[in-house]
Design a protein. Structure first.
Lengths: 656, 390, 362
């Protein structure tokens, strides 16, 4: 036996040697070898730094702002990004390769000018079925390659989108108008600094101010050479593309990290922004860029100001494919901020609040989760049925007790933060608010009875927390029996515990009302495939999904106008069909002033509260964390720091 | 033999064709498609989605697409990735493969070697108390819930102790000024590792027949030191010198994943080695060897272990596939984007061209490995060899 | 004695008797294996848990509303004192940053969405996840569900999944392996290539694809895992074992006495392959349990409850790096997967000793 021991250790030594061989021999011990290895480095590195040093860089900031991302960006090419490669990770690392006429200022979601010199609100009727907006540009803006930003860039960008038949999101930012489609038919450079955008309809806020005026335009001088066909343009190198921001691409290491570097020659730095609750003021004079001093909206009330950056020399995006690892690295101080479109989970947030050097941010997300009824088939087609479900569902109970406040109740279509848009809650949701389980059940039965439903036995509610004795032999107003085993499709607990929990409770409540509804945890793509495919528009009873919303809340029109019915390829999945609503929707689409749009939107919502095509459930908070060595100009903003400014790389300050 | 190989090759091609068709149909059976997320953008005009499908040919009937794909496949045209357009699946594989190869080749070698040694000890200590305990420990390290274990390792070594990096394969700040991509360094490292392992293996074979234990030890030590010296010179000159610090950075990031996977994976090999070795130990020729009065150790190392290696080697050949397709869990948890992630991601996002290309890539390797395993097994095992001759 | 007994019985009963004896002898052998017995005890423990839960519900000791592993809910209200945690530690009240907030306190920093709450207020909250108590011996999860009940449900899932898939898989592979060995030629070639085909498909993505286009319940998944396992590599191994049996003298003699091919296969070859098949079965239980938990962990399965899902949920909720503070959310489920899978593996080891006489003690 003694023989073995020696042998065992020999084997172990060998084993470790093989391992060590690779580890040690590969690089040598880094500490000792540092001296030797400097030689090749110095030949390459100083050349660039020396060149940079000669320039009298305008207070070139240094410091590194590090952000974690969870997935490899699909491309660095802006054309490719808006084509079909438009996931959020691509959006985050996309440097400022485009300009637009208008912009949105956060955190107040105020419409402001960007390249344009004024907000144009009136269109001219050309008399041939087209309407045009003519916008003057601010003179003096330049791309990072030194060429001027001119009206030509808009005309050329639109022409390229149209001629090369770009697809994907290009069709939503620059919808090309045709006989069937309402959209932009032409963009013309009247002179170098005047853009004329022509629509084939009289576009309102969603088509113009929050549509084409926010659409990107790119530099013709650089991209023009690649614009021969879609593939060439999308494959064109973007690392040296001209940008209209303080940062340019630096090092792109696939699967590991991406960096932006401060461009010492940029004109895009400095300026002061003042934010009011309903307005924004902007003054900018750094001597390089055109001097600007403008204000938008209502500049009264409490305000705060901040200086614009960039304040960092390098912006780094590091890839962590595991979220836990990313937050562990954050806790370790390896990254300053984690770009997480969904925000972090409540418990992790609580835990990180214990860590020194961690700052917390919480905001509402700009979105909603909902359950839809299929109004094309019985029983979803019956208004009393939908209202009774709306009444019996005790959202507060699920939210406060079961989900422990990881979600926030939402009744209407508008996020609470958009106060001017929010309509007062009416209908059953208001009537049943605050009722106990027993009262809700009784009220729901009343609604059914009033709606012409019959039952052989209406059952009863024993009161308290117990389940009700469900009605039996339930028949609709037309005498039809509701089908059995109706499925409620909702994402599984692995994908989204909130919706999955809701689906289980809602199915149970409907059972207590005598409807045989079963919650079925279903893959996200399966639900989407089922409910958004025109051929399947009658193949489901209920489903739960969510919507992320844009900066202009024009979604009720898209979701509920009858001409958008999913059976014909639109987004109106419930098949809601109300002439009164359609008329309001048309009015909304044509509205050119925000206040008009808000008034119409409230009228639309009143109809929705009564008809209940959706049962809107909740919205979620967006919880974020950052290290206290960085500071943001503001942190309270609907949809969070990731959702609005991608971590605000050009405004963040880093002190190390 | 030649007829056998010919027949097998013919079958191989049929199986591969079937495999292609089957995979294609499977991918298309998943509901939805790669561009479905566009459906969730209400600002998108109705027919824009249809145009996307047309552009990528997804509007054609399934059979037509399948036919087109198979024809193009044999022309060497694998199409474009849907998610990373205009990259091709080959571009993506070329980017991911070196990372996976380097990590998982090392992981496999280390865990097999550890497992083989532990298994040998287990078999020899049969019946003893320590055997029971070692076995039970290795069984539970084999069945431990891996993702949980890996995350804990990351937490402990990466965060609590702070000795090793928290995932990733490089430190970004060390690579800001790197004049080349990490893949270049990976390829150099793979080349180096293959050559070094081969030399080490040769040294092993040549010193095996040295009778005296001390001489053998010395000989192996000398060869090892020579190899170390050789690698020192290799990394101290030419293009390798430039890449040295970067390679060291990668090697440093490899320690934790290799260590973690080894703890979980070695037990499988150990238990297999134990079983086969115990069977062999009872075989007649070992009894003869014993009767001849050969030392225990010599029996163990020269006779028993070598024969017991056979099934272990076979199972190693089968696991070579995992070197290529990696492990999604390891790659995800340690932020090591490689083939495993690429395969799973392409499937879940329905990036059919990439999914097909990666599936066929792995499939071809699996087929060839089985084929070689069959033939070499028939050739190596004396029992089978004698039978086939008779 | 034995002879006398045999005399009075029909041949059928005799063979039954022999089988009984065989079983007894094997059981004695198995009992000697420490590994096997350890495994058996572990399996028995989880089997007990799996059976206990329906009994508790049926007898009314547990009410569904509180203890149901999926929709049950129970939580106690607690009053928390709102405090502001200091930036620097230690302070008089708190030693380290982990001590603040203390058990009955809440940090005002996490209440950013409630601007009405001030430091010093009492904040009413529901204790979720709740630590173990006499009512919930393993505490509750973040949705107020009983963890112990979930562990029990999880073991039902694991047994159903493991046993069903293993039985099915081994059934298929034994049958196919024997057929391949016995008939040889084209049948053999076909079956072997079929195995190649199955082995070529990467298993995790394959399972994802299947779960994406078919609604997978636990027993569906069991069948899928069984079929994939049964058509794959084990056919090859079983075949090689059957080949060795095929050339044994008693098979030849049966052939000479005119037994039909099918009969010989079923009455002579199959029983001799059975021990190896049993062994395979036990090991594939381990594989099935592991596959399910990994799929659940990646969020690729749509089932209501399982151990893998429990871990997945506690991970996505951010409890996995909380050290031991929330141990009841992580340890029970993680250990259950490890222990049950290991238990089956150990039983397999024990059986190996029984059926492989050459591996027994010297």
């Amino acid at each position: 036996m003694s023989n073995f021991k020696g042998s065992k250790s020999w084997r172990l030594i060998l084993l470790f040697s093989v391992f060590a061989l690779v580890v040690v021999a590969c690089g040598g011990d880094t500490a000792e070898e540092e001296v030797a290895e400097e030689a090749p480095e110095t030949t390459a590195a100083p050349a660039t730094t020396a060149a940079a040093a000669e320039e009298p860089a305008p207070s070139g900031p240094d410091g590194v702002y590090k952000m974690a991302i969870f997935s490899d960006p699909q491309s660095q090419n802006f054309w490719n990004y808006l084509d079909t490669n438009n996931d959020v990770w691509t959006a985050y690392v996309m440097s400022g390769q485009s300009v637009s006429l208008y912009g949105i200022s956060y955190p107040n979601y105020q419409l402001v000018t960007s390249s344009a010199s004024e907000l144009v609100e009136t269109s001219t009727d050309n008399g041939d079925g087209t309407w045009s907006y003519t916008v003057p540009l601010t003179e003096g803006f330049e791309w990072s390659d030194g060429t001027a930003v001119t009206a030509n860039d808009w005309a050329w960008t639109f022409k390229t989108v149209k001629d090369l038949a770009l697809i994907g999101s290009w069709n939503s930012v620059w919808p090309v108008g045709s006989d069937e489609v309402q959209g932009v038919v032409d963009v013309v450079a009247v002179d170098d600094y005047t853009v004329k955008v022509t629509f084939n309809y009289d576009a309102g806020l969603s088509g113009w101010q929050y549509g084409a005026a926010l659409a990107p335009a790119l530099s013709e001088t650089y991209w023009g050479q690649y614009a021969t066909d879609r593939e060439t343009l999308l494959a064109a190198p973007a690392d040296n593309a001209p940008v209209a921001s303080g940062f340019v691409y630096d090092k792109l290491e696939q699967g590991a990290f991406y960096t932006w570097a401060y461009d010492p020659n940029t004109m895009y730095y400095g300026g002061t922004t003042t934010i009011y609750p309903g307005g924004t003021e902007f003054s900018w004079d750094n001597g390089k860029a055109p001097a600007i001093d403008v204000s938008f909206g209502d500049t009264s009330g409490e305000s705060f100001s901040y200086e614009n950056g960039p304040f960092v020399g390098t912006v780094e995006f590091t890839l962590y494919s595991d979220q836990d690892a990313a937050y562990l690295a954050f806790q370790n101080g390896e990254v300053d901020f984690v770009l997480n479109p969904l925000g972090l989970k409540r418990n992790l947030y609580d835990q990180l609040s214990r860590e020194p050097g961690v700052e917390l941010v919480s905001n509402f997300s700009n979105g909603m989760r909902y359950m839809a009824f299929n109004m094309r088939i019985f029983p979803g087609s019956d208004k009393a049925f939908r209202q009774s479900v709306g009444c019996i569902v005790d959202k507060e109970f699920v939210i406060n007790n079961v989900l422990q406040g990881v979600a926030i109740n939402m009744d209407g279509q508008m996020p609470a933060a958009l106060t001017a848009w929010v309509a007062p809650v009416t209908g059953v949701l208001a009537d049943c608010d605050g009722l106990s389980a027993e009262e809700r059940w009784n009220k729901s039965v009343e609604i059914l009875q009033a709606g012409g439903w019959t039952a052989s036995d209406w059952g009863s509610h024993p009161g308290g927390a117990d389940r009700a004795i469900a009605p039996t032999g339930l028949k609709g107003p037309g005498g039809e029996t509701p089908p059995s085993d109706m499925l409620l499709y909702a994402p599984g607990p692995g994908y989204d515990p909130i919706r999955s929990t809701f689906s289980l409770f809602i199915a149970d409540w409907m059972q207590q009302l005598g409807f045989d509804v079963v919650a079925r945890p279903t893959g996200f793509s399966v639900i989407v495939d089922k409910v958004f495919t025109p051929e399947n528009c009658k193949d489901w009873y209920f489903y739960m999904l969510g919507w992320g919303l844009g900066s202009f809340p024009d979604h009720p029109e898209a979701f509920f106008a009858s001409y958008n019915d999913t059976c014909e390829g639109g987004y109106n999945t419930p098949g809601y069909n109300n002439a009164e609503f359609d008329a309001l929707a048309a009015e909304f689409k044509a509205a050119k002033k925000v206040s008009d749009a808000q008034a119409i939107s409230k009228k639309m919502e009143a109809l929705l509260f009564d008809d209940m095509p959706y049962l809107v459930l909740v919205t979620t908070p967006i919880l974020e964390v950052y290290r206290d060595n960085v500071s943001f100009p503001f942190t309270d903003v609907l949809s969070g720091l990731t959702g609005t400014g991608s971590g605000y790389p050009s405004n963040v300050k880093v002190n190390k | 033999m030649a007829i056998y190989i010919l027949k097998r090759t013919y079958q191989l091609i049929i199986v591969f064709l079937l495999f292609l068709v089957l995979s294609y149909l499977l991918f298309n059976a998943i509901p939805g498609n790669a561009f479905q997320s566009l459906l969730l953008n209400p600002d998108l005009p109705k027919e824009a989605y249809q145009r996307v499908l047309e552009t990528y040919g997804l509007d054609k009937p399934l059979f037509e697409r399948l036919q087109l794909y198979i024809i193009n496949f044999f022309k060497g045209d694998f199409g474009y990735s849907y998610n990373y357009y205009p990259k091709t699946p080959i571009d993506l594989i070329a980017e991911r493969l070196p990372r996976t190869l380097m990590l998982f080749a090392l992981v496999n070698v280390v865990s097999f070697y550890t497992g083989f040694i532990v298994g040998k000890i287990l078999a020899w200590r049969r019946g003893s108390k320590s055997e029971t305990w070692i076995t039970i420990t290795s069984v539970f390290s084999y069945t431990v819930f891996y993702p949980w274990f890996a995350l804990l390792m990351l937490y402990f070594f990466g965060y609590k102790l702070g000795w090793l990096p928290i995932g990733k394969f490089i430190y970004p700040e060390k690579w800001y000024d790197a004049p080349f991509d990490s893949d270049v360094v990976f390829i150099t490292m793979i080349k180096f590792t293959v050559v070094a392992t081969f030399i080490q293996f040769l040294a092993f074979i040549f010193t095996r027949n040295i009778e005296s234990l001390t001489n053998r030890k010395t000989a192996r030590l000398v060869s090892f030191v020579l190899l170390l010296l050789g690698s020192y010179f290799y990394w101290g000159s030419g293009s390798a010198l430039e890449q040295r610090t970067y390679a060291a950075d990668i090697a440093y990031h490899m320690i934790l994943p290799v260590f973690t996977v080894t703890i979980v994976a070695f037990a499988g090999t150990a238990l297999l080695t134990r079983t086969t070795m115990m069977e062999v130990l009872k075989d007649d020729y070992i009894l003869t060897a014993r009767a001849k009065g050969l030392s225990q150790k010599r029996i163990r190392d020269r006779h028993a272990a070598r024969t017991a290696l056979l099934p272990v080697v076979t199972s190693f050949i089968f696991t070579i596939i995992t070197i290529i397709d990696g492990s999604v869990l390891t790659e995800t948890i340690f932020s090591w984007p490689g083939m495993g992630q690429l395969i799973l991601q392409s499937v879940t996002q329905e990036d059919i061209p990439v999914a097909m290309a990666t599936f066929s890539f792995v499939g071809i390797l699996a087929l060839v490995a089985h084929f070689l395993a069959d033939i070499s097994y028939a050739y190596l095992d004396p029992r089978i060899r004698i039978k086939s001759q008779g | 004695m034995e002879n006398n007994e045999f005399k009075n019985r029909s041949p059928k009963e005799v063979s039954k008797q022999i089988r009984k004896e065989n079983f007894k002898r094997n059981w004695l052998l198995f009992k000697q294996s420490k590994l096997g017995m350890t495994g058996l005890v572990i399996i028995a423990f989880f089997l007990f848990l799996a059976i206990l839960q329906p009994i508790l519900f049926a007898t009314g000791i547990w009410s569904r509303g509180v203890y149901d592993p999926v929709v049950g809910y129970d939580s106690q209200k607690v009053d928390l004192l709102v405090v502001e945690c200091p930036k620097e530690y230690p302070t008089e009240k708190y030693e380290t940053n982990q001590d603040c907030p203390a058990k009955d306190e809440i940090n005002i920093r996490v209440l950013l969405l409630r601007p009405d709450v001030k430091v010093g207020d009492t904040y009413e909250a529901f204790l979720q996840p709740a630590p173990p108590s006499s009512k919930h011996i393993l505490g509750t999860d973040s949705l107020g569900r009983d963890v112990f009940s979930q562990i029990m449900e999880g073991s039902q899932v694991a047994f159903l999944l493991g046993l069903l898939s293993a039985t099915l898989g081994v059934g298929i592979s034994t049958l196919l392996g024997t057929i391949a060995a016995y008939f040889g030629g084209r049948v053999d070639a076909y079956l072997m290539r079929q195995s190649d085909l199955v082995l070529m498909l990467p298993s995790l993505p394959l399972l994802f694809i299947i779960s994406a286009f078919a609604e997978l319940k636990v027993w569906h998944l069991a069948i899928v895992l069984g079929v994939i396992g049964g058509l794959g590599g084990s056919v090859i191994t079983i075949k090689s074992q059957a080949l060795q049996v095929k050339v044994k003298p008693f098979v030849d003699s049966a052939r000479i006495t005119g037994g039909s091919k099918l009969k010989i296969m079923f009455s002579h070859v199959l029983p001799n392959v059975a021990p190896l098949a049993l062994l395979f079965m036990v090991f594939s239980v381990t594989g099935a349990i592991a596959s399910e938990s990994v799929l659940s962990f990646l969020g690729l399965l749509n089932i209501d409850m399982s151990w893998g899902l429990m871990i997945y949920l506690s991970q996505t909720d951010g409890y996995i790096f909380s050290g031991l503070r929330y141990w009841w959310l992580i340890l029970p489920a993680g250990l259950s997967v490890t222990l049950l899978a290991g238990g089956f593996y150990l039983v397999g080891r024990g059986l190996d000793d029984v059926f492989n006489p050459r591996l027994r003690k010297r």
